[in-house]
Design a protein around this ligand. Sequence first.
Ligand code: UDP
Ligand code: MG
Length: 326
Amino acid sequence: MKDTVLYLVVPCYNEEEALELSMTRLRDKMRRLMREEKISSKSRVLFVDDGSRDRTWELIHTYTQQDELFAGLRFSRNYGHQSAILAGMMAARSRADAVVTIDADLQQDIEALDRFLECYENGSDIVYGIRNDRNTDGFFKKTTAGIFYKLMHLLGCKTITNHADYRLLSKKALNALSEFKEVNLFLRGLIPTMGFSSDVVYFDVKEREAGQSKYTLRKMITLAVDGITSMSTRPLQIITGIGFVTFLVSLLIFISSIVDWICGKVVAGWTTIVASICLIGGVMMISQGIIGAYIGKIYLESKERPRYLVDAMILHEEKEDRDGTD
Ligand code: UDP
Ligand code: MG
């Protein structure tokens, strides 16, 4: 058991306020796990700096110099939370037996790590952290998150309700994940489709102690739209259905107007015409927008651009106490 090399992947975006406290807590927790022989001394905490514009990288750099437990990877710009976790996991893949991803503000309870490790030791390749409640979220976040998970289920995506990105993946699961070549990865939707033996761990979410939420409304909407369009094509089927119903209704209106014409009632209903033009116009525009979203996705995927660019990496390999660039 003490041989398990655990990598903690911590995405950080402008987290200078939260990092000092989180670093201390993560170090204490990891050292304790090592003393209790639950993880190997080769285990690491890998901070991924997602193109922060504050002192985040400076801090990470300092931590890596102070303690070989810490490693850092820096993006060339802000690529988003999902890309940051992915990069961390892919960097850790060849070195770790298991990787746990956790937010830099440590809102997720790090004490749950022991249970993650137990599930891993019992043979699970994927362990999902599920929050007990959403009491620490504001009304807006609670409502929008609720709608999002319901919508995902309705659209047939296998997301796990109230599971964010606090999860453990074994080497086997990481290798499987690396086989997915799509540029737009929605990890929460993708990982449950991979199969493998999995388990869940429940944990409490705390208030953010330092700094502000880095998930702006815009980032949340992008995540939701990306999630839906990358996991489901059901919106396309839905618009086909709407198109079909609209066509039937138009056909009925057409027949009734022919009947009116035959009966000599030629006074055209202005309101009906305007209303139906607006209705059909609106439906057409929305439909094109949805189709456009998918075409946009195809366009972006077809370019096969790199998912992220790494600016620097610092990692102390066991016995080799020096900076290494990957
Ligand atoms: N994050 C990131 N890139 C971004 C936005 C956020 O790496 O563009 C990180 C952030 O530093 C944190 C995690 O994602 O570690 C979750 O963000 P946050 O705690 O702000 O979200 P919330 O808990 O409010 O949903
Ligand atoms: Mg948070």
